[in-house]
Design a protein around this ligand. Structure first.
Ligand SMILES: [Mg+2]
Length: 229
């Protein structure tokens, strides 16, 4: 078993999408399609052009929403409500994950580029009590997404987090860079078939990553055993 140097952690920070549920559940693809539809309808362009705009902004700004707000004055609440209105019932209940989360010593956070409503919808479908977490969403971040330092600073300030006593679980490698620099321990959640283009490249730069796992529940179980021994 890998020994995790995580026995001085008070702040357990989790990304939401493709972190608290597996990328294979395809939820991300549903959101992706809704974004394309929203852009096509709102900007009155073909779905092909909408897709190009969506990906261009995502790459340039970290979220598609940021580009839509900046260049097209899109109402963020309207966008978030539309794209997160998806059927999440394909998610599998995960009581094992909930058990491990409950055992962690300290406070639990969700830090997401999505909306709070989406986080709650996901957690309900996983059958995980959402009140276990403080949820920090894109609105809390003033719509400035990860991996921006401004977003991270807002998160740290809001909850008075001590990065040296924190760990961050994320499926997107670049989102772990700034947390690692300011003192977080970092864990990359891997998957064999990741839907996000930022994760398509094969080589992982381990410079900003302390641990990796394909199975968050198993990893938390190992951490809990280690902490309690
Ligand atoms: Mg994610």
């Amino acid at each position: 078993m890998v020994k995790y140097n995580l026995n001085n952690i008070d702040y357990w920070v989790f990304d939401l999408d493709n972190t608290l549920y597996p990328a294979a559940s395809n939820l991300f693809n549903k959101i992706d399609k809704k974004m394309k539809k929203f852009i096509s309808e709102t900007l009155d362009v073909s779905e092909i052009d909408a897709h190009k705009i969506q990906k261009k902004y995502y790459k340039k700004y970290g979220t598609t929403l940021f580009g839509l707000m900046k260049h097209h004055k899109v109402d963020p609440d309207k966008f978030l409500k539309y794209v997160h209105n998806i059927d999440a019932s394909s998610l599998t209940e995960n009581s094992k994950l909930e058990n491990e989360l409950k055992k962690l010593p300290g406070k639990l956070y969700i830090y997401t580029n999505g909306s709070k409503a989406h986080a709650i919808n996901v957690l309900k479908n996983l059958n995980i009590d959402y009140s276990l977490f403080n949820i920090f969403d894109i609105k809390d971040a003033n719509y400035i997404p990860k991996p921006s330092n401004k977003s991270l600073d807002k998160f740290i300030t809001k909850y008075e987090i001590n990065p040296n006593r924190s760990v961050f679980f994320e499926d997107i490698e670049i989102n772990l860079k700034n947390p690692k620099i300011v003192g977080f321990k970092t864990v990359l959640i891997k998957s064999t078939n990741h839907p996000d283009e930022k994760n398509k490249k094969k080589a992982i730069n381990m410079k900003y990553i302390d641990y990796t796992t394909y199975d968050l529940t198993k990893l938390l179980n190992n951490i809990n055993i280690y902490i309690n021994n």
